[in-house]
Design a protein around this ligand. Structure first.
Ligand SMILES: Cc1cc2nc3c(=O)[nH]c(=O)nc-3n(C[C@H](O)[C@H](O)[C@H](O)COP(=O)(O)O)c2cc1C
Length: 338
């Protein structure tokens, strides 16, 4: 029997398969099915900065209008405005009771502010860890890349310092240097990073002359970008590493682990095939590891990272030149296009 147990964010997990943040966590029976099929942990869908700021603003407006109210009345009133976060906290408490694996609550935001105080409430409601999704859409030429990073680090610090549970940061791939930003995150006290957020790219609808905002689930074609980042990060950080985006099979999971992942986070594949599909990935990964002579997934972790791969240059710039140099058109392709 191959041992698939792993340690992620200081938590002992029985498998590296983590249910990624998605609507699945709203459905307790789906989560029970995923855990029954071998998932090692569950990340809840996110509470968004915009949601929490809206809630705080509503509370402030209400309290501002009643400044002469006594302290007891004020605390009752502010409690009445937890309309957006309360159901989430209740969902978290329910999930914690219903499964015997770690439950990770998720915050999603990028600007410093009072909303980060909700981290404390998530911890108090039983979250074993927090995931902070830095989903950034830079649209202003007035803010430099360095300023964006500083702003994000401020958010991270305020979350990390307000809780004692570990914090995992989910990153986009849009940094001039992912390893340098990850080092700053490490210095800010996070426990892990997950690469990468999928950037939901609206398409242009030519017929209607509008923007097509339909959400398209991932495919394994999105995995190599993540494998590359994992291979580069694995030798340069002691943080836990999660792979999110494009893991659709046990073999995809094997690739992520060989590149350095402690866990793989699954959303699209479970939305497509159902939460019990974790069992299929579990069996595929175990059987691949066994066939290659690994006794555990821990033994395979990082075997192909930037330091350990047989030819580490394959992950580097040098390979780009080699690859272009070695590329040949398929027979007939050039004449057909001429
Ligand atoms: C329908 C849907 C809802 C999602 N909701 C969230 C969310 O609330 N918070 C979050 O951090 N990521 C969310 N994600 C992103 C996933 O957690 C995951 O990182 C991403 O889909 C890449 O993994 P995949 O290739 O397995 O889908 C969502 C993804 C989907 C498809």
């Amino acid at each position: 029997m191959v041992d698939l147990s792993t340690t992620w964010l200081g938590l002992s997990l029985r498998s590296p398969f983590v249910v990624s943040a998605s609507p699945l966590s709203r459905d307790p029976s789906a989560i029970a099915a995923a855990v029954g099929a071998g998932a090692g942990a569950v990340v809840m869908h996110s509470l968004f900065e915009e949601q929490l700021v809206h809630e705080q603003m509503a509370a402030h407006r209400f309290l501002d209008a009643r400044l002469d109210m006594d302290a007891e009345a004020q605390s009752v009133a502010s409690g009445a405005f937890s309309l957006d976060a309360e159901p989430y906290l209740a969902e978290l408490a329910r999930l914690k009771k219903s499964v015997d694996v770690p439950v990770i609550a998720s915050l999603n935001g990028t600007t410093p502010g009072g909303w980060t105080r909700y981290a404390k409430r998530l911890e108090a409601a039983g979250a074993d860890a927090l995931e902070l999704n830095l989903y950034e859409v830079a649209t202003s030429p007035d803010e430099s890349g360095a300023a964006v990073e500083q702003r994000q680090l401020e958010v991270v610090r305020s979350v990390v310092t307000s809780v004692s549970v570990p914090v995992n940061v989910k990153l986009t791939s849009f940094y001039a240097s992912v390893p340098a930003f990850v080092r700053s995150l490490e210095q800010a006290g996070v426990g892990g990073v997950s690469v990468f957020n999928r950037f939901y790219q609206p398409d242009v609808a030519l017929e209607t002359l509008d923007v097509d905002r339909r959400l398209v689930l991932s495919t394994p074609a999105e995995l190599p970008l993540r494998l590359h980042a994992l291979a580069v990060l694995c030798p340069t950080t002691t943080l836990s590493l999660g792979c999110t985006g494009g893991v659709h099979s046990g073999l995809d999971a094997a690739k992520a682990i060989l590149s350095g992942a402690h866990v793989v986070q699954l959303a699209s594949v479970l939305l497509q095939h159902g939460p019990a599909h974790v069992a299929v990935l579990h069996a595929e990964l175990a059987s691949w590891l066994d066939a290659k002579g690994y006794r555990s997934s821990a033994e395979a972790r990082g075997v192909l990272d930037l330091r350990s791969a047989p030819d580490p240059h394959s992950w580097e710039r040098l390979n780009y030149a080699r690859m272009l140099e070695g590329w040949r058109p398929r027979e007939g392709a050039t004449t057909r296009g001429a």
